[in-house]
Write a protein that binds this ligand. Structure first.
Ligand code: DHK
Length: 150
């Protein structure tokens, strides 16, 4: 039987991980994050589709494509977290389990980062735990899928 497919979607500037503000975001690259997700998914019996874009329209389209294709979405919306009603609406429209991830603790940062539109469409949020937040999000996703099935 095919493994449940989890879409792991990353928003703007996440391609700069490892280079951008390493004191804040760490030195791991997005390739490292993808590898961590792939290893974690293998251990958990999941398949992943890992992507990054700097475009709001593209991430909205990717979320829409998840409907009927993916079993769940792990998303680091990055700068679109606090601005994109379109992304929130797309996440609500697909009716899938959603786990929101931020590498940094957005609540310890500027006030404009505290309000997340994406959180209004997410089952849960993991922030401030570095890139391991992605692995934790996949673990949480297994539980969410089991709850949905049961
Ligand atoms: C990444 C970004 O690019 C910021 O816009 C968010 C998030 C925080 C992160 O911590 O992964 O505010």
């Amino acid at each position: 039987m095919a493994l449940p497919l989890i879409s792991v979607l990353n928003g703007p500037n996440m391609n700069m991980l490892g280079l951008r503000e390493p004191e804040r975001y760490g030195t791991a690259t997005l390739d490292d994050v993808e590898q961590l997700c792939a290893e974690t998914a293998e251990q958990l019996g999941l398949a992943i589709d890992f992507r990054q874009t700097n475009s709001e329209g593209e991430i909205v389209s990717w979320v829409q494509e998840c409907r009927g294709r993916s079993a769940g979405i792990v998303i680091n919306p990055a700068g679109y977290t606090n601005t994109s009603i379109a992304l929130m609406d797309a996440l609500l429209a697909v009716e899938l389990p959603v786990v929101e991830v931020h590498i940094t603790n957005i609540h310890r940062r500027e006030e404009f980062r505290h309000r997340s539109f994406v959180s209004l469409a997410a089952d849960g949020v993991i922030c401030g735990l570095g890139i391991r937040g992605y692995a934790l999000a996949l673990m949480a996703m297994v539980d969410l899928l089991q709850e949905d099935a049961g």
